[in-house]
Design a protein around this ligand. Structure first.
Ligand code: FE
Ligand code: FE
Ligand code: ZN
Length: 277
């Protein structure tokens, strides 16, 4: 069974997202924990969260994925931005503790001229402070395209964050097909080699989620512009190989393609039709 969903807007609440996912043939979804470009957040409704948990159980959903805001930068040069990142992650993890079966994904950060090494150290230090023993929610580092000074453009940089953090053993990874292609990994021609490399550097057991996106740009472009499934430089056949790959096929897949809800429904149906049961 292919576990697949798409990015949904949280504005109508948690249960509403679950219902919307089900209505488009999904059995999971991704949502922003708060305004992705600001950081503001609406009041938390624990009853709505409980209703979603019950709904997910009743409909056998795969884990849902919460995405931290883009403005969260754990390795900013500006201390106030780093403090915002830490506070935001703490608050989001507190909320997610009400949704067992949710994971939190975040962009490791942008080191803004401080260098990747400093960036990695600052990210690891934030994780050490935030990931207290009581936290059950899996926290995932996303593979990045490498635009600007993004940390996480290579498997080695993700490994370095895990190694630098005392809590590194608890971290997982969300692999974004658009990002790794833009970062220069040949997911079209050499998927097996890319996954072997991931296994050697990070460990496939760390891989918890896949962002399944096509890319507007060729491999190595370091752009991060998502495209609809089959309309970009990765193409449908390569993405079909991703969802069917023995090392990946049981993971949850999340679409972040430029689509309205109908477009997402079509992509979910398309990928389900190409999944080998
Ligand atoms: Fe992301
Ligand atoms: Fe992504
Ligand atoms: Zn992206």
């Amino acid at each position: 069974m292919l576990h697949i969903g798409c990015h949904l807007s949280c504005s109508a609440g948690y249960l509403a997202m679950g219902r919307q996912a089900l209505a488009i043939g999904a059995d999971t979804f991704q949502f922003f924990t708060r305004n992705p470009r600001g950081g503001s957040v609406k009041a938390f409704d624990p009853e709505d969260a409980k209703a979603l948990v019950d709904f997910m159980q009743a409909h056998r959903f795969a884990p849902v994925l919460a995405h931290a805001p883009y403005t969260l930068n754990a390795c900013a040069a500006e201390p106030s931005i780093r403090e915002f990142a830490e506070r935001t992650m703490r608050e989001d993890l507190e909320r997610l503790s009400h949704i067992p079966g949710a994971m939190l994904n975040f962009h490791p950060g942008s080191h803004v001229k401080q260098g990747a090494e400093t960036g990695i150290r600052l990210i690891a230090q934030m994780l050490d402070r935030v990931l207290t023993a009581d936290i059950q929610t899996p926290v995932l580092l996303e593979t990045m395209a490498g635009k600007g000074s993004e940390v996480g453009r290579s498997f080695e940089e993700l490994r370095a964050i895990m190694d630098a953090s005392r809590e590194g053993d608890r971290l997982g990874v969300c692999l974004d097909t658009c990002h790794v292609s833009d970062a220069g990994y040949d997911v079209v021609g050499r998927l097996d080699d890319v996954l072997e490399e991931f296994d050697r550097v990070v460990g496939l057991e760390r891989l918890r989620a896949i962002h399944i996106n096509d890319s507007k740009n060729p491999p190595g472009s370091r752009k991060d512009r998502h495209e609809r499934i089959g309309e970009g430089q990765i193409g449908l056949e390569a993405l079909v190989r991703v969802i069917n790959h023995p090392a990946l096929r049981s993971l949850p897949f999340y679409l972040e393609t430029p689509n309205e809800i109908d477009g997402y429904a079509q992509e979910i149906a398309l990928l389900r039709s190409r999944y080998k049961e």
